[in-house]
Design a protein around this ligand. Structure first.
Ligand code: BES
Ligand code: ZN
Length: 459
């Protein structure tokens, strides 16, 4: 083990240089003009897996972007880990707000700035480098490991459920390991035991064939921008509660023990507000900030578009208005059921003055695990050794749709050990990854395999 850790320490700079090469590929899954880049990134990951000594490495086609697969199965009798991560990234707009180009990774003040540094390339790379250290140093790993890297996570993982179902026997394992989440805060590592689910819809309203002169027509024709604003305003009450009938029916209430444990976490609301420039917090009444983001469902407008938005003034009555709306779900809400309820509600509140189209985009189920599991306890020990402090247990507000699929289709628990930080600008300009968390994360990953190797599993 010491030799593995030494190898990681000695190769610290090289690992950073290689990560920069991975971060240079603009693998933006949401934008069709980057399709070749996404595929190039898959090939880069496969080449890297071969370089570090994984076997049976290949790209497995899906109707969308390929899954990159690689394995090392030379530890008979030891547990098999299924590692999941994603090589796609979010779009970079607004580009002008980046202080250095998003695909030229730059280290400033101990942070590596680049799109995908934290979410999720840096965290995936951490595990590849821990595996490399074992394989280059002693020629073997203490556990068996299968890697699957997805190229469509940031657009809802549309093809991954089918992929998992179609490859059940190849994906056979004892536990799933994922690093695509956050630490609680700088210096406070965490294990995440719950994720929210998601339903994402687009609403389009049309009020006329083309834009109209707002002088000639204003007053006689409903303005779709106005109608849309009025509809959105009906979706929540002033206390932040969602007004869709039935929306809360399946929400599992927070347990007292969870509320008590979270109240003890070192969460500083004032700092949170200041860090993100929020004048005053707002959320469902009766819940703390952590409870609101980890254990309560939400409905948010992700985008809104209508009419003239350029410089100056233009007197126009827009023909159309559009909103992108998503709902984060918690156990035991079902994405399809919630999408049905949302659609029925929107149809009911839409006036006859506009034509309405609702498009369902993507979704994913919420997930929650018990941490009474030897693999979680192994992760606890490994993280403590890598970061010098025992992890806290958190839930997260974000979503990783496949986690519940691993549970349902493969019967596998997942251990989520993330090293991103809440202020690392995931999905925003100036995404970054703390370089020492990356390094400690490699060490923790190496310990993780060692700790998990000691768990006895059914033959
Ligand atoms: N890494 C995130 C998920 C995440 C965010 C976990 C914050 C923990 C804390 C992931 O890459 C992501 O952004 N997922 C999307 C999924 C969606 C497109 C279905 C999300 O949550 O918006
Ligand atoms: Zn993301």
């Amino acid at each position: 083990m010491d030799k593995v850790i030494d190898f990681i320490n000695v190769n610290r700079e090289r690992y950073l240089d290689e990560l920069k090469a991975l971060l240079a590929i603009p693998s933006i899954s949401a934008l069709p003009e980057h399709a070749e880049d996404v595929k190039r990134c898959a090939t880069w990951c496969a080449d890297e897996m071969r370089r570090i000594g994984l076997n049976n490495v290949r790209l497995i086609d899906t109707p969308g972007y390929p899954v990159v697969y690689g394995e090392w199965l030379g530890a008979p009798g030891a547990p098999t880990l299924l590692f999941y991560g994603h090589y796609d990234v979010q779009p970079v707009d607004p580009l002008e707000l980046w202080e250095s180009p998003p695909f030229e990774a730059t280290i400033r003040d101990g942070e590596m700035y680049a799109r995908g540094s934290a979410d999720d390339k840096g965290q995936v790379f951490m595990h590849l480098k821990a595996v490399e250290a074992y394989l280059k140093q002693g020629g073997r790993l203490p556990v068996n490991i299968k890697f699957i890297l997805e190229g469509e996570e940031e657009v809802g993982s549309a093809h991954l459920d089918d992929f998992v179902r179609a490859h059940k026997s190849e994906l056979k394992a004892d536990v799933v390991v994922i690093s695509d989440s956050e630490m609680f805060e700088r210096g406070v590592p965490s294990i995440c035991y719950g994720l929210r689910g998601l339903v994402y819809c687009q609403i389009d309203l049309r009020g006329s064939k083309t834009d109209l002169h707002s002088g000639s027509f204003g007053g006689a024709v409903a303005n779709p921008a106005f109608v849309l604003a009025q509809m959105i305003a009906q979706m929540k009450d002033r206390g932040g509660r969602i007004r869709i009938p039935g929306f809360y029916d399946d929400v599992r209430p927070l347990e007292d023990a969870e509320r008590e444990a979270w109240a003890k976490l070192p969460f500083n609301e004032k700092k949170y507000r200041k860090d993100f420039g929020i004048p005053k917090l707002f959320g469902e009444s009766g819940y703390s900030t952590l409870e609101r983001t980890w254990a309560r469902p939400t409905l948010e407008v992700n985008g809104l578009l209508s009419g003239f938005t350029g410089d100056g003034a233009k007197t126009v009555l827009p023909a159309v208005a559009m909103a992108k709306i998503s709902m984060r779900l918690v156990p035991n809400q079902e994405p399809n059921k919630i999408a049905d309820l949302f659609e029925a509600f929107v149809r009911k509140i839409a006036p006859k003055t506009v034509d309405l189209t609702i498009t369902r985009m993507h979704g994913g189920k919420p997930w929650m695990a018990s941490f009474d599991n030897p693999f979680v306890q192994a992760a606890e020990r490994a993280i403590e050794r890598g970061f010098g402090r025992a992890p806290v247990f958190t839930r997260e507000g974000g979503s990783i749709p496949v986690v519940s699929t691993f549970q349902e289709e493969l019967g596998l628990p997942s251990v989520l050990f993330g090293v991103g930080l809440p202020d690392e600008n995931a999905h925003a300009p100036n995404e970054k990854l703390d370089v020492s968390n990356f390094h400690n994360g490699i060490i923790a990953s190496a310990y993780l395999y060692g700790e998990m190797a000691r768990i006895s599993v059914p033959a």
